[in-house]
Design a protein around this ligand. Structure first.
Ligand SMILES: Cc1ncc(COP(=O)(O)O)c(C=O)c1O
Length: 466
C-alpha cells in the first residue's frame, strides 16, 4: 500500500525541475505562487505547454487537464480557431485605446447567446471580480439601497464585500481582516436553497441586490424563487455567471434554469483565455453608464474607466470561442454533459465499491461540466450523502457537512495521487471539463480516481458510509 511518504517520494522523483523552479520562486512571490489555488505541497508542478485536453509539465510529465485556464477553456487548449484569432490580431494592434469594430462584434455575440443581454446592454470589464463589484454598485444606484445578499460559501472574486461570504464554513467569518465594519454591515449572508431566509431579509426593504453564484449546488426551484422574490421586493437579481456562463449551456445558467436575472456578470469564456469581465442586462440599469445632460453626468451617472475594457487582444479569442459555441452548441453541450456524467458515476461507483465516504457532485446537477470531490472524515449516514448531492438546505445541514469534511491531509493525498497518476485538477478536488478529451484520457482519469480512493482508504484519511 502506498503510504503518504511513498506518494511524496514518487511526486518528488517525477518533478525535479518543478522542485527547482519552486525554490527559485521563493525569492519572487510569497510562498512562491501567484494565485492561492496554485499553491501545493511539497511544491506545485510547473506547466510548459498544453493542447486539447492535456497539459505537459517542465519535466515532460503528461496530464489529463481539468484546470482549463480556471474553467475558461471549454474548447480545450490550443483550439485552432481561437489561436488563429490571437495570431491575426497581434500584428494589427494589441491595444489602441479607442473604440473598435471588434468590440461591437464581441458584444453582439454576447447578446445572441446570453438571454439577459438579448434586449439589454453589455459593458466590458477587466476581469470577473471587477464585473461583480460594478454590478453591485449599479444595483445600489438603481435601487438607492445599500445591502447585498450573498450566498454562503460563494466565491465571486476578490472584492471585499463578496469575500465575506466565501470565507468560513458555514457562517463563521474567518480571514476577513482588512475588511471594514462599514462593508460588513452591508452584507447579508444566507445559506443556499433557503428561500424563507432570503425573503425575511428582503422584507426589510433595504436590499439592493441578491447575488447568486451560479455554480454552486442550487435547485431550480431556488433559482426560480430568487427571481420571484427579488421582483416582488424591488431588489436587483444578479446571476454571477463568470463560471457557469457558456458552460452550463450556451446561454449559461440562466438558459439552463430558464430564469432571466436583471443583471449577469460574465468572465473567462468571452475572453477565450485572455483577461475579461462582462456586466450585461437590463438597459435601465446599465443606462447609468450613459452620458446625458450635465446634471445627470455630474450627479447621477456612474463614472467608470478601465484600461483593459474590450482591449482587442482580450476579446478576439472570446469572439472566436463564442462563434464556435453559436455554431456547434448542439454538439458541445451534450458532449460536455456526457463526459461529466461518466466521471461523476465512475468516481461514485468506485467510492461505493470501496465503502468510503467520498462523493463526487457535478454542476449543473444532472448534467455536469464541473466536478467537485467531497471527502468526509467521520462515518456518514447514507441518506446524508444523498441529501448533500443536491446541496445543503439549512444552516444545520451546512454545518454538519462542514463538520464531516476531511481535513488537509486527505486533500494532500488526493493531490499527490491524482498528480502521480497523470491528472491535473484544480486545487486537487475540483474539475473543469472541456470538449477535447479522448476516450483514453477519461480512462486515465478514472484509473487515477481509483488509485486516489485506495490511497485515502489505506491511509485512513476517509471514513466509511454507514
Ligand atoms: C463565480 C465567480 N465570480 C467571479 C470570479 C472572479 O473572476 P476573476 O478571477 O476573473 O476576477 C470567479 C473566479 O473564478 C468566479 O468563479
Amino acid at each position: 500500500m502506498p503510504t503518504i511518504g511513498d506518494l511524496e517520494r514518487e511526486y518528488v522523483e517525477k518533478h525535479p525541475t518543478s522542485k527547482k523552479l519552486f525554490e527559485r520562486a521563493q525569492n519572487c512571490f510569497a510562498s512562491g505562487v501567484t494565485h492561492d489555488a496554485r499553491f501545493a505541497k511539497p511544491f506545485p508542478i510547473y506547466a510548459a505547454n498544453a493542447l486539447g485536453g492535456k497539459k505537459w509539465d517542465v519535466d515532460g510529465n503528461e496530464y489529463v487537464d481539468y484546470v482549463m485556464g480556471h474553467g475558461t477553456l471549454i474548447l480545450g487548449y490550443g483550439d485552432e480557431r481561437v489561436v488563429n484569432a490571437f495570431h491575426e490580431q497581434i500584428p494589427k494592434a494589441i491595444h489602441m485605446g479607442t473604440s473598435t469594430e471588434l468590440e461591437i462584434e464581441w458584444a453582439e455575440l454576447i447578446k445572441k447567446l446570453v438571454p439577459v443581454a438579448r434586449a439589454g446592454f453589455v459593458r466590458a470589464a477587466a476581469c470577473g471580480s471587477e464585473a461583480v463589484s460594478l454590478a453591485i454598485r449599479l444595483s445600489r444606484i438603481y435601487t438607492r439601497r445599500s445591502k447585498i445578499i450573498v450566498q454562503a460559501g460563494s466565491y465571486h472574486g476578490t472584492s471585499a464585500a463578496t469575500l465575506l461570504a466565501y470565507h468560513g464554513p458555514p457562517f463563521g467569518l474567518y480571514n476577513t481582516r482588512g475588511i471594514t465594519s462599514g462593508v460588513k454591515e452591508d452584507v447579508v449572508i444566507v445559506p443556499s436553497n433557503n428561500l424563507a431566509m432570503v425573503e425575511e431579509q428582503l422584507t426589510k426593504g433595504d436590499v439592493a441586490c441578491v447575488l447568486l453564484h451560479c455554480n454552486n449546488l442550487y435547485t431550480k426551484a431556488y433559482v426560480e424563487g430568487l427571481r420571484k422574490l427579488t421582483a416582488k421586493y424591488g431588489a436587483v437579481f444578479i446571476m454571477d455567471e463568470v463560471i457557469s456562463g457558456f458552460r452550463y449551456a450556451a446561454g449559461g445558467a440562466q438558459e439552463y434554469y430558464g430564469v432571466i436575472p436583471d443583471l449577469a456578470t460574465l468572465g473567462k469564456v468571452p475572453g477565450g483565455g485572455a483577461p475579461i469581465g462582462v456586466i450585461c442586462g437590463k438597459r435601465e440599469i446599465l443606462d447609468f453608464y450613459a452620458f446625458k445632460d450635465e446634471y445627470w453626468n455630474s450627479f447621477i451617472r456612474i463614472a467608470s474607466g478601465g484600461t483593459w475594457n474590450a482591449q482587442p487582444l482580450c476579446i478576439v479569442g472570446g469572439i472566436a470561442t463564442m462563434k464556435v459555441v453559436l455554431a456547434e452548441r448542439d454538439d458541445i453541450y451534450p458532449r460536455l454533459y456526457r463526459i461529466g456524467k461518466r466521471l461523476v458515476k465512475s468516481f461514485n461507483d468506485q467510492a461505493e465499491d470501496l465503502g468510503v465516504a467520498a462523493l463526487a457532485t457535478g454542476l449543473p446537477l444532472g448534467n455536469p461540466t464541473i466536478l467537485d470531490v467531497h471527502l468526509f472524515n467521520r462515518p456518514v449516514p447514507a441518506e446524508k450523502m444523498y441529501l448533500w448531492q443536491a446541496g445543503p438546505a439549512t444552516f444545520d445541514d451546512y454545518a454538519t457537512k462542514a463538520g464531516f469534511a476531511a481535513g488537509g491531509q486527505a486533500r494532500y493525498v488526493t493531490h499527490l495521487a491524482m498528480t502521480n497518476n497523470g491528472v491535473n485538477s484544480f486545487r486537487g478536488t475540483h474539475f473543469f471539463t472541456c470538449v477535447k478529451y479522448l476516450p483514453e484520457d477519461l480512462d486515465t482519469t478514472e484509473a487515477a480516481f481509483g488509485h486516489t480512493l485506495r490511497a485515502l482508504k489505506e491511509n485512513a484519511l476517509v471514513a466509511s458510509v454507514t
